[in-house]
Ligand binder design. Structure first.
Ligand SMILES: *Cc1c(COP(=O)(O)O)cnc(C)c1O
Ligand code: SF4
Length: 373
């Protein structure tokens, strides 16, 4: 060692062997879980330190060494750091926030299974994640080890899906389902694939962002046997778009997984349309299609992340027309209380008189269109 850590590693990890660094199990078991280790990585503000030491915080500290290495040591506003390091704002009490903002427990039909829409449902498989995101909308549940479903729970959920022929799409979520071993995932997906009416399976994972080493060749070869599988990724900022992440996405795409990104809109982190445009173009290059931008849900302890709705609409306006339509996701608000997702779009129809419609295009120029009688 000459004292310089390999590219992409914080100095703290300079002496870790390349073999360990590339091993997702090493990364997972060496997550930053204490303020002492965190302090060796970044210069904590008093507020961050106090939040880390707080015992009332429901979502624990947990950051993979890989993701921790993307944090700026001297900038508390670093977009990666803000997503991973707790601040005292999380402990703030705001009336309009909920433990379960999307009423997932109310719409629960079997252990961990939320069936809200006519033809699809969502399954909570584990409470583990490579990084505990500070904006997590399932933060209370994810932080609680007792929320992890048992094997019997998962079997009961699979039985429910099997007994409901209207379910043609299942979102396998968590926590992060890729925290499960290859064997357990293989077994679960095998049971799901045996259900004839289940057309597609979606795996919602943050691993390509937070622990890309998890996307091994063995994993993709095992899971591809259960195709068609879609993978819902969660990239929020250009800073997360590394060569490791690109490798993980390409490996998935090469193995036939269809990739779709779900970004969570976060105040002061990813509100700049130009950044989102560049990130989405990068995602498309890795064959990952921007799918959703979520308005940050009203989960307790996340008010400091919530933006005005106009901020999301501005992002869509900054994409449409300026770049490939493929890079333009749907901006949605998931309504509190289980109302589901509703899309918000900029207003392009400026006047509608009789059969004559006036539109503005992305540049603000006006055009008329006659829809006829
Ligand atoms: C978001 C969500 C889905 C999937 O919704 P799509 O719009 O099809 O991506 C399914 N079930 C629940 C409970 C959800 O919250
Ligand atoms: S990876 Fe997903 S489930 Fe896990 S903490 Fe982040 S947002 Fe929550």
């Amino acid at each position: 060692m000459n004292g310089n850590p390999p590219a992409g590693r914080a100095p703290l990890y300079a002496a870790v062997s390349e073999r360990d660094w590339q091993d997702w199990r090493w990364q997972q078991s060496h997550r930053v879980r204490s303020v002492e280790v965190l302090e060796e990585l970044v210069h904590l503000t008093a507020d961050e330190r106090q939040a880390c030491e707080s015992t009332t915080e429901p979502l624990p500290l947990g950051i993979s060494p890989y993701y921790a290495s993307l944090m700026a040591a001297d900038d508390p506003q670093c977009p990666v750091r803000r997503q991973a390091v707790p601040t005292m704002a999380e402990l703030g009490v705001v009336d309009s926030e909920y433990d379960d903002p999307l009423a997932e427990e109310e719409n629960r039909v079997a252990p961990g299974l939320t069936h809200r829409y006519p033809d699809r449902a969502m399954l909570y498989t584990t409470h583990q994640c490579a990084v505990f995101c500070r904006h997590c909308n399932r933060r209370r549940k994810v932080g609680d080890p007792t929320s992890a479903p048992t094997k019997a729970d998962l079997d009961a959920a699979v039985r429910y899906v099997a007994g409901h022929p209207e379910l043609r799409d299942l979102l396998v979520s968590g926590g992060d389902p890729l925290s499960l071993s290859d064997e357990r995932l293989d077994e679960l997906l095998g049971k799901l694939r045996a259900i004839p009416h289940l057309q597609i399976i979606r795996l919602a994972t943050r691993m390509p962002t937070t622990l890309p080493q998890r996307i091994t060749e063995e994993l993709v070869q095992r899971l591809r046997r259960h195709h068609p599988i879609y993978v819902a990724t969660h990239f929020n900022h250009l800073k997360e778009c590394t060569s490791e992440a690109a490798l993980a996405l390409n490996r998935l795409a090469d193995a036939g997984f269809v990739l779709a990104n779900q970004m969570v809109l976060l105040k002061g982190i990813n509100e700049a349309p130009a950044m989102v445009r560049e990130m989405n173009q990068w995602l498309l290059k890795q064959r990952c299609r921007p799918y959703y931008i979520f308005q940050c849900d009203a989960a307790r302890g996340t008010h400091h992340f919530r933006t005005k709705v106009s901020s999301g609409i501005k992002i869509i306006e900054g994409l449409r027309g300026y770049t490939s339509g493929l890079a333009v996701p749907h901006y949605v608000v998931d309504l509190p209380g289980g109302g589901g997702k509703v899309p918000l779009i900029p207003e392009y129809l400026v006047k509608h008189e009789g059969t004559k419609l006036t539109f503005r295009n992305y540049e603000g120029k006006l055009f008329s269109y006659d829809e006829g009688e």
